[in-house]
Design a protein around this ligand. Structure first.
Ligand SMILES: Cc1cc2nc3c(=O)[nH]c(=O)nc-3n(C[C@H](O)[C@H](O)[C@H](O)COP(=O)(O)OP(=O)(O)OC[C@H]3O[C@@H](n4cnc5c(N)ncnc54)[C@H](O)[C@@H]3O)c2cc1C
Length: 558
């Protein structure tokens, strides 16, 4: 069997990479996009995008979903791997992932973007997840009715401050410089907002608290004067969102590509680096304006140049240049992310717009076994009643799905069998009517609809493909209870929920329960959870942040 060599490998799947994928796919390059985390990069952490031409107002995840779909339509292949080593100088470039597996290609576009900086004040690491946060769409909701500080004066700080006013009692911006460092129009959104208070020339000296953030000491960097903010007794804590710039993700290429003093990649106008056939696109480049529009422009140029390079290289190597027609619509074996969020505002008056229903019916057409959605109904709990309406409508999308409702207290043995401890709750039973360990405490709408769809798919069919070695690790797990605290606006949460529930669907000693944190304030308080996703393992260890299957298994094996 000959070894596969792609025409083009793109490292990263942010805006730059997806744009490169669209252009490369359209030029018929056999292209693979390699992403270590979630597709979309920094753009999916952005609450509102109002400055991308042609898109007046969109959320970051919605804009990225359109780009991803477009790249997929043009035939790009996607894979989830972290590239840790690159061999770029030869005609055939080699990318090596964390597990030592290689991907080969004639041309490479490095589009690994940047990672958010930590500031480094005492307490910043210790209180991450306990008051310190970096993603407003994920964690903003957890600070509803509380004071929220935003550290930074750039684009992201200004925009996210405005977003956070929808939850916070008051947003306090702390800016190190004498003014904002972003465009005046963006700064004015914050300056003119009645619920944002701005303090300039100020930095955090230290923070402290009793398990959660309760006190911050600030210092004026001109006068040296200190000020203290303490959480009110009623709130018990407050939030602090850090937007302190970012550093390039160029470690994987630093031995081969020329970098500037700060680690960014210099290129010419064609996105060419110092190595032939290797291009850089997006925020990791040396440039003035790091925005989605410049990232997508870089990606388009890099892919166009890569196409010309690959054609010439193939001629030189005597490889026949064949134009392979790409499928206009890729048929995926796995269910893909459900596009739009659920809403009550739709044509038929239910939870799911008509277009989404059609999309879901397509996915559920692959079910081969029945799946029961068991709901213990508490008629006195409005959320439980809401969950009934949601689950009923959801299960009507396939004749393989059964909605079953029992009143609270009606069947105690059944409640025990699904380990019912909190409500509203929806348990997933398999074709033999056995509890699968998969539960949703809350209404799995918003981003969590994807978790529910995957849970049903995995229980009602062969399920998503899984590597034999990963399956073996899952089967050997000793952990038996994973509770995943989420917010419905968190785009990072469904991946963690879906991975944990995939684990439960394979190892029947494991339960994996999605918990909408906003509905269970006691749990939030007891476990001091102020950032999501947060996994509570066996009721004790709390692990914060986005994690892939490999990282989750490593946590569970510990
Ligand atoms: C909070 C916030 C708000 C913003 N608001 C706006 C806005 O309103 N408008 C606007 O235009 N811009 C905005 N920006 C900036 C914009 O998001 C970036 O300019 C843009 O995302 C850059 O895209 P990129 O593809 O270069 O990099 P990224 O988005 O950083 O994507 C890089 C991708 O590469 C992956 N990766 C990294 N290393 C590896 C590896 N070794 N192997 C595999 N994959 C890897 C990462 O996981 C990531 O998915 C905002 C940024 C932030 C943080």
């Amino acid at each position: 069997m000959t070894e596969k060599i792609y025409d083009l490998a793109i490292i990263g799947a942010g805006a730059a990479a997806l744009s490169a994928g669209i252009y490369a796919g359209r030029s018929m390059l056999d292209t693979i996009i390699i992403e270590k985390d979630k597709i979309g990069g920094q753009t999916v952490t952005t609450s509102t995008i109002a400055n991308y031409p042609g898109v007046k107002d969109a959320t970051g995840p919605a804009l990225i979903e359109e780009m991803r779909e477009q790249a997929e339509i043009f035939g790009c292949e996607f894979t989830t791997k972290e590239i840790v080593e690159t061999k770029l100088v030869d005609d055939v470039k080699v990318l090596v992932d964390k597990n030592g597996q290689e991907i080969k290609a004639y041309a490479v576009i490095v589009a690994t973007g940047t990672s958010r900086n930590k500031i480094g004040f005492p307490g910043e690491i210790e209180y991450t997840g306990r008051g310190i946060a970096y993603c407003s769409t994920c964690d903003g909701e957890l600070f509803t009715g509380m004071d929220v500080f935003v550290l930074g004066g750039g684009f992201a700080a200004a925009e996210e401050s405005v977003y956070l006013t929808r939850y916070a009692k008051k947003v306090h911006m702390i800016i190190r410089e004498p003014d904002f460092t972003c465009a005046p129009a963006t700064a004015n959104l914050a300056k003119e907002h009645p619920n944002i208070e701005i303090t300039y020339n100020t930095e955090v000296k230290e923070i402290s608290g009793d398990g959660v953030l309760q006190k911050a000491v600030f210092v004026n960097n001109e006068t040296g004067e200190e000020s203290v903010f303490e959480a009110s007794e009623e709130d018990g804590s407050f939030g602090m969102f850090v937007f302190a710039g970012s550093s390039p993700n160029t470690k994987l290429v630093k031995e081969q590509l020329e970098l500037d003093g700060r680690g960014f990649v210099p290129t010419n106008d064609n996105m060419e680096t110092n190595i032939e056939g290797v291009y850089a696109a997006g925020d990791l480049r040396v440039k003035e304006l790091r925005q989605i529009v410049t990232a997508t422009s870089d990606g388009a140029i890099a892919a166009t140049k890569a196409q010309q390079y690959v054609e010439k290289l193939k001629e030189k190597l005597g490889i026949e240049v064949t134009v392979i027609a790409k499928p206009k619509e890729t048929k995926k074996a796995q269910p893909k992310e459900v596009k739009k969020e659920t809403s009550n505002q739709n044509t038929s008056g239910g939870w799911f717009p008509d277009a989404m229903k059609e999309q879901l019916k397509g996915i559920f057409g692959k079910l081969t076994k029945s799946v029961t959605l068991l709901h213990v109904l508490d008629a006195s709990n409005p959320k439980s009643v809401e969950l009934a309406s949601f689950a009923k409508e959801f299960s009507s999308l396939s004749d393989k799905m059964i909605y079953r409702s029992v009143d609270k207290g009606e069947d105690v043995a059944l409640e025990e069998s699904i380990q019912l401890t909190r409500m509203p709750s929806l348990a997933i039973l398999n074709e033999n009517d056995e509890f699968t360990g998969i539960k949703f405490s809350g209404i799995p709408s918003g981003h969590e609809l994807n978790s529910l769809v995957l849970a049903v798919y995995n229980v009602g069919s062969q399920g998503q493909e899984i590597d034999a070695a990963v399956k073996e690790r899952i089967e050997q797990l000793k952990v038996n209870k994973i509770e995943i605290c989420v917010s419905l606006t968190c785009h990072l949460c469904p991946d963690v929920v879906a991975a944990c529930q995939r684990i439960a669907s394979i190892n029947h000693n494991v339960t994996a329960e999605m918990i909408d944190t906003s509905l269970f304030p006691e749990l939030k308080k007891e476990k001091k959870i102020m950032s999501v996703p947060a996994m509570i393992i066996n009721g004790e260890k709390v692990v914060f942040g986005s994690k892939n299957m490999d990282e989750i298994l490593a946590e569970l094996e510990n």
